[in-house]
Ligand binder design. Structure first.
Ligand code: PXG
Length: 296
């Protein structure tokens, strides 16, 4: 496996960064998780844009242009000769001294990994999953904007621990006002009276690339999409519920906090959207040129 590390493709064993890297010391940096489907990098431009937006808010100057970063991703995927792969793009503040001062870090670290993805079992898509609500709340925008995909995931990790303790794979996270924000690593949608609804990003959600693809698909189908505010009451009484994420794609949710959602089976609109998403993901995206880079 070849890893892109600060401008070079190096074997996995040589892909090492300093213990003084502020990504390691403080979680200072940002990242992206991207899927490649049969040689098409899904919504690469949107992922690159989100990475630069995260970095901008963190006052982190990425030492590559958008075009160079895009090329780094394309080259890493091509070099590993894989057509279906998960790409992790990481930009950290870089190495410095032991203080938090970012000015002591001369150069950000840029890493691109193209690795196999572990997928949810088919059962989740056929039968749907159960969610619980985490007691830990989503960090408010006044402290750290959840739209930043930062290297500090402790808030989400604490909620994920609660999910697993309850026997679930995901948990709903509320914001400090008690309204639904998103899940620990996925966005959340409901169907109610024929309308598709999802929490507005200002409620404390990451602007998921899958979320926006689902909104695009729904609008193309002529559906009403409402980015709104919602409480658990709205989730419990929804006709359908599902989550979205790069790894998960679209997963039906049939039980939340021991309340059965709809008729307890994956909803028809959820399955229609999943079907459309699976068509879209192989037809749209940046094409990898596999002969452009020598495989290592
Ligand atoms: N919300 C949060 C907090 C996330 O971290 C999503 C929503 C969904 O966004 P996308 O762009 O994927 O539709 C995420 C995505 C992983 C992994 O390894 C994925 C995420 C976070 C951490 C790990 O699959 N996030």
């Amino acid at each position: 496996m070849l890893i892109y590390l600060d401008g070079k493709l190096v074997p996995k064993e040589e892909a090492k960064i300093s213990v003084f890297d502020h990504g390691f010391l403080y979680g200072d940096g940002c990242f992206e998780g991207i899927r490649v489907y049969d040689g098409n990098i899904f919504r690469l431009e949107e992922h690159i844009d989100r990475l630069y937006e995260s970095a901008k808010t963190l006052a982190l100057d990425i030492p590559l242009s958008h075009a160079e970063m895009t090329q780094a991703v394309l080259d890493t995927v091509a070099a590993n000769q894989k057509r279906d792969v998960y790409v992790r793009l990481v930009v950290s503040r870089g190495f410095g001294d032991l203080g938090i001062d970012p000015d002591k870090c001369p150069k950000p670290t840029v890493v691109v990994i193209a690795d196999d993805i572990s997928l949810y079992p088919q059962k989740f898509y056929d039968e749907g999953i159960a969610l619980v609500t985490a007691s830990v709340r989503r960090i408010p925008m006044q402290c750290l904007d959840p739209r930043i995909k930062s290297l500090n995931y402790l808030n989400n990790i604490l909620a994920k621990i609660e999910a697993k303790k309850a026997g679930c794979v995901e948990a709903i996270m509320l914001n400090i006002r008690g309204r639904v924000a998103e899940c620990t690593a996925d966005n959340l949608f409901i169907m109610k009276n024929g309308e598709l609804k999802t929490p507005d990003l200002l409620e404390g959600a990451l602007g998921g690339i899958t979320r926006s693809a689902v909104i695009d698909i729904a609008e193309q189908k002529g559906m009403i999409v409402d980015e709104t505010r919602m409480g658990l009451h709205d989730i419990y009484n929804a006709d359908e519920c599902f989550l979205t994420g790069t790894g998960a794609e679209i997963v039906p949710v049939v039980n939340v906090d021991q309340r059965i959602i709809g008729d307890g089976k994956p909803g028809p609109v959820t399955m229609e959207l999943l079907d459309a998403y699976r068509t879209l993901r192989t037809t749209e995206g940046a094409k990898v040129q596999y002969d452009a880079v020598e495989a290592g």
